[in-house]
Design a binder for this molecule. Structure first.
Ligand code: URA
Length: 434
């Protein structure tokens, strides 16, 4: 087989066979195909797409490109969760301890933030001492004792995806539904869970800007999951404004703890409860979304979710004192308020630009090699539909320097649109695909 023939076949709209896809992924994994030919194939796929059969074959080949995680020795139905990425999307830190506190084991490999999208690993690493590099052996032990593990992907898992994702990032080929689906689902399949709950973000702060593309991504991923016998539920949720009020690593940890303490609610809690309820349903713990939400809410009220979060911190070396004393978490020294420049309603938000503002504070990374400032970020003070008066604070910005604060403030001011007419209340959960 010759890679040039395969690139030409796909470039001209042909359908790749299983053998051809396996040949391509093997060549990606063992580096026998050079980056320029892999990139050419990615661009051919970007323009010509893959059909559902090709997408499933690509995903399975990527899932098999390295080692896989065997969770069969952990009792019960293991349910994984994945978000396609957004701003102030801290649901994992809330639902993982809550679901585990209901007796359903959560073994979750998470990723780092990139661009406007935050990452669970960075948030966890903002907790002094917390270790995200857990070996397979430790993960299995933790899963059996505490029922919760939040960890980085092991080096040997899906090496083909690592290579392809890095090349897609620098060749303009990230935004392609078969490639995104294959990338996400190969990691979820290799991570070994029995069922998967996906949070497919839709809106100005998501890969998928409109409902139809979000549904297409959700259905593509669900089809892949079904083709390997895994139950997949996809919740399509809005990213037309930041999900929580805090953006930035330690700031998001604080908001998650406040939710686990039962002190605050809002959209972040609602999405966490919805995803958590479907995780409980997939694990056959409850039979309806309402029953699942009630069980999770009960474990906020009785403190079991927060206790599980404390157990997770202790297990992985994090300082549990942060739960009572937020000053143990990093907070950047400079603070700037962004003020409304007119009376009116918060009409809309450009969420990707708010994510961009967060990058300017130092809370995120523009490229994979960038380091981040765990204490930087933004506390939003308004949501779409709120009334504001000229001079009211719409956000607080935290950063290491005044210059960074002012740069972030510029993006934020442009991103929050104030108008005199009242906007329609935005819908949070747009659809659930089972
Ligand atoms: N997240 C992933 O893991 N892969 C993609 O391709 C996009 C988002």
């Amino acid at each position: 087989m010759n890679i040039v023939d395969l690139i030409i076949k796909k470039r001209d709209g042909g359908k790749l066979t299983k053998e051809e896809i396996d040949f391509f992924i093997k060549g990606v994994t063992d580096s026998s195909i050079p980056d320029y030919q892999i990139s050419a194939m990615l661009m051919a796929i970007y323009f010509q797409n893959l059909d559902s059969e090709e997408t499933s074959e690509l995903t399975l080949a990527m899932a098999d490109s390295g080692s896989t995680f065997d969770l069969s020795s952990v009792e019960g139905i293991k349910v994984d969760k994945h978000s396609t990425g957004g701003v102030a999307d801290t649901t994992t830190l809330i639902l993982a301890p809550l679901v585990a506190s209901c007796g359903v084991p959560v073994v979750k490999m998470s990723g780092r933030g990139l661009g406007f999208s935050g990452g669970t690993l960075d948030k966890l690493e903002s907790i002094p001492g917390f270790r995200i590099d857990v070996t397979e052996e430790q993960a299995l032990r933790f899963a059996k004792t505490s029922g919760i593990v939040l960890m980085s992907q092991t080096d040997s898992l899906t090496p083909a995806d690592k290579k392809l994702y890095a090349l897609r990032d620098v060749t303009g080929t990230v935004e392609n539904i078969p490639l995104i689906s294959g990338s996400i689902m190969s990691k979820k399949i290799a991570a070994g869970a029995d069922a998967i709950v996906l949070d497919v973000k839709c809106g100005s702060g998501a890969f998928m800007k409109d409902y139809d593309s979000a549904v297409c991504l959700a259905e593509t991923m669900a089809d892949i999951g079904r083709s390997v016998g895994k139950e997949v539920t996809a919740v399509i949720s809005s990213m037309d404004q930041p999900l929580g009020m805090n953006i930035g690593n330690s700031l998001e940890v604080i908001e998650a703890i406040e939710i686990l303490k039962g002190n605050v609610g809002g959209d972040l809690l609602e999405v966490a409860l919805t995803l958590g309820a479907y995780m409980l349903m997939s694990a056959k713990k409850v039979s309806s979304e309402a029953e699942g939400k009630a069980m999770l809410l009960e474990n906020i009220k009785n403190g079991k979710g927060l206790d599980k979060f404390r157990e997770l911190l202790i297990q992985q070396g994090g300082n549990p004192g942060i739960i009572e004393d937020y000053s143990l978490l990093p907070l950047s020294p400079e603070k700037t308020e962004v003020l409304a420049d007119a009376d009116g309603y918060v009409h809309s938000m450009n969420t990707a630009e708010i994510g961009r503002a967060s990058l300017e504070t130092g809370a995120g990374r523009a490229s994979k090699a960038d380091s981040i400032d765990f204490g930087a970020g933004i506390i939003m003070k308004v949501r779409i539909g709120d009334t504001v008066k000229k001079g009211d604070a719409i956000a607080e910005i935290y950063s290491a320097s005044k210059e960074k604060c002012l740069s972030a403030a510029g993006y934020l001011k442009d991103a929050v649109v104030i108008k005199s007419e009242k906007p329609k209340a935005p819908k949070l959960i747009l659809d659930i695909i089972k």
